[in-house]
Design a protein around this ligand. Structure first.
Ligand code: NDP
Length: 484
């Protein structure tokens, strides 16, 4: 099999196979063919990963930030040199079109390694003047062994977004990819070793939820960063709380995208397309509730459907194709069930809605109009190519409805009215907001969710705080007074 890795896991600088692990079959979503077969980690593999990470962290944490940064930036260069190969792996693992994976996966991961590699040398504490010449200073210290757990939509990007700040701060990481897409994080582990990282500083352990749970529960683990659904987030957060561990939670969403009637129609249709159909709709921050002001509803839907008619669905390895299959048969069934619910609850299907008659897990980009707030498709995260268009009349009404959700990952507004744009952004209950654009997530700016969508932030300088323990040292230069 072309994409079969040397072995399932990567521990202490080398590939390792687990004897008798549960089988993990990797399938190309465009055809349903098996492209690799791995084995889930058994307890001895997990133990090896924990030991090697703990030992490596001691060496890595003692290096200077400049040295660590150099390794991260070299790793970024290696990913960029191999971008084509890594993108082909990602396309076969996830089904995402090669035109997407070439620009949004390993290359975005390399940006994170460059960015945090650049910051590693700047991690310093501060001097704090106190009364009578006394003072305190702070020392940013690594947390120790961190666990990263990934979802299946951006396997190597998620691994890099977690590993880069963790390693920059002097931590070690054990990464567990989703069992649906286990391949590319192994290539990241190879690149770290080639770049000169100590063996064991980034280990990859394959498995299902139980392997993730075993890692989270281990007392040697100081921090857990999860990208996944809200139900998994609840379990992982609760398990981490037992050991008072640090957490970052990047979870699901049902984000609103508001289009006011003064907005540029083409731009807002572009925003709705980018916010719903990139990666066949399998993006956490998608603006799946598109609120369109009544006066322009007809024009908006006309342009949207016209532009969707030119989508190129097909073999994701064809560079012309811009819409691929869903990641798995299971995800296809979940999304089809939501489409059936949308129809049953009275939403009006204006585009798509059916599975393609060809091998693989293909579903047309789907748009429902006349969606009401209480419908299932407007409340639950679907994680597939299904856009709900809802009507609104006033700014006050639409903000209340946009915020009326337990999620708070992202939100967007399209308008030409400058004051309204900022007023609306200020009122959104969401961690990541967009004005006249949607779904960009450059490494320089913080990304993450409010409410049930998450805890903590990835990207930006803020991420460094989530991988650092700040030690305070008080110093007296005076005689000490005691009451007796
Ligand atoms: P899941 O929540 O099903 O799984 C996420 C990861 O957690 C997988 O690796 C899974 O293992 C693992 N896992 C499952 N149970 C446990 C457990 N008890 N303890 C530890 N680990 C566990 O999410 P999906 O993979 O289905 O991804 C889709 C979800 O991810 C969507 O809700 C999406 O919104 C969210 N997401 C959020 C992003 C963000 O940045 N906010 C970005 C991308 C996706 P396995 O599946 O192998 O069994």
């Amino acid at each position: 099999m072309k994409f079969q890795p040397t072995a399932s896991h990567f521990i202490n600088g080398e590939y390792l196979e687990s004897a008798n692990g549960k089988a993990i079959d990797v399938v190309y979503p465009a055809t349903g063919e098996k492209i690799a077969s791995l084995q889930a980690a058994t307890p001895d593999v997990i133990e090896k990963a924990l030991r090697s990470a703990a030992a490596a962290q001691k060496k890595w944490g003692a290096m200077t930030g400049t040295e660590r940064g150099r390794v991260l930036r070299r790793t970024a260069d290696i990913l960029r040199e191999r971008n084509r190969e890594l993108s082909e792996i990602e396309t076969h693992d996830t089904g995402k079109p090669i035109q997407e994976t070439l620009v949004a996966d390993a290359s975005a991961g390399a940006d994170a390694l460059d960015y945090f590699g650049g910051l590693a040398a700047s991690l310093t504490g501060e001097y704090i003047a106190l009364a009578n010449g006394d003072f305190a200073y702070t020392i940013p210290e690594p947390l120790g062994v961190c666990v990263g757990i990934g979802a299946w939509n951006y396997p190597i990007q998620i691994a890099c977004l977690k590993a880069a700040p963790a390693l920059a701060c002097g931590n070690a990481m054990i990464f567990k990819p989703s069992d649906t897409t286990p391949l590319s994080p192994l290539k990241l582990a190879e690149a770290f070793v080639e770049a000169g990282a100590p063996k064991g500083i980034f280990n990859v352990v394959q498995g299902f939820g139980d392997v993730g749970a075993a890692l989270v529960a281990d007392p040697r683990v100081a921090k857990v960063s999860l990208t996944g659904s809200v139900p998994t987030g609840r379990k992982v957060y609760a398990a981490a709380a037992e050991g008072m561990k640090h957490v970052t939670m990047e979870l699901g969403g049902k984000s609103p995208l508001i289009v006011f009637d003064d907005a540029d129609i083409e731009n807002s249709v572009s925003g709705a397309i980018l916010g719903n159909f990139f990666s066949s709709g399998q993006v956490c921050s998608n603006g799946t509730r598109v609120f369109v002001q009544k006066r322009i509803k007809g024009a908006f839907l006309d342009r949207l459907c016209t532009r969707l008619a030119s989508v190129k669905i097909g073999d994701p390895m064809d560079p012309e194709v811009n819409f691929g299959p869903l990641v798995s048969q299971r995800q296809l069934e979940i999304v089809k069930a939501y489409i059936a619910k949308g129809l049953a609850e009275g939403a009006r299907l204006v585009h798509g809605g059916t599975q393609l008659e060809r091998p693989g897990f293909y579903l047309q980009p789907t748009v429902f109009a006349d969606v009401r707030d209480e419908m299932t498709i407007a409340r639950e995260e679907i994680f597939g190519p299904v856009m709900s268009v809802l009507d609104f009349e006033t700014e006050e009404e639409v903000i209340a409805r946009a915020n009326s959700t337990e999620f708070g990952l992202a939100a967007g507004v399209f308008t030409h009215d400058l004051t309204r744009a900022h007023r609306v952004a200020r009122q959104f209950e969401a961690g990541t907001c967009y004005i006249n654009t949607y779904n960009v997530a450059p490494v320089e700016a913080p990304f993450g969710g409010s409410k049930l969508s998450g805890v903590g932030r990835e990207n930006s300088k803020l991420a460094l705080q989530h991988y650092t323990d700040m030690k305070t040292v008080y110093v007296s230069v005076n005689e000490l007074q005691a009451p007796y």
